[in-house]
Design a protein around this ligand. Structure first.
Ligand SMILES: [Zn+2]
Length: 100
């Protein structure tokens, strides 16, 4: 699905409806671009409101990747946070590479 979004086949509205995503903007610490969590089967994404538009967009894609890769369902005790971060970033990189 993220592929369809990045390649423009669907828009962000369609995407967030499909995955039941609520996007919230909040002032977060400077080094935190965004985070996501699942509550009552809704995927919440919090984006740092201090970010510029380009960074907000990149952050959203990164958090979408977490959702699509089912990271929110994984038991975090068993998975190193860094692995999850890298997996999300690599997922987006791969899509971008395939679209070129
Ligand atoms: Zn992340």
């Amino acid at each position: 699905m993220l592929y369809s979004l990045i390649s423009g086949d669907i828009n962000q509205e369609d995407y967030i409806r499909y995955y039941d995503i609520q996007i919230i903007e909040r002032k977060l610490p400077k080094n935190v671009h965004g985070l996501c969590f699942n509550k009552h089967n809704i995927n919440f994404i919090v984006v740092n409101s201090c970010l510029g538009e380009k960074n907000k967009k990149e952050t959203l894609l990164h958090e979408f990747a977490h959702i699509e890769l089912h990271h929110l369902e994984k038991v975090f005790f068993n998975t190193k946070i860094k692995d999850i971060e890298d997996e999300a970033d690599n997922y987006i990189k791969e899509i971008l590479w395939n679209i070129k």
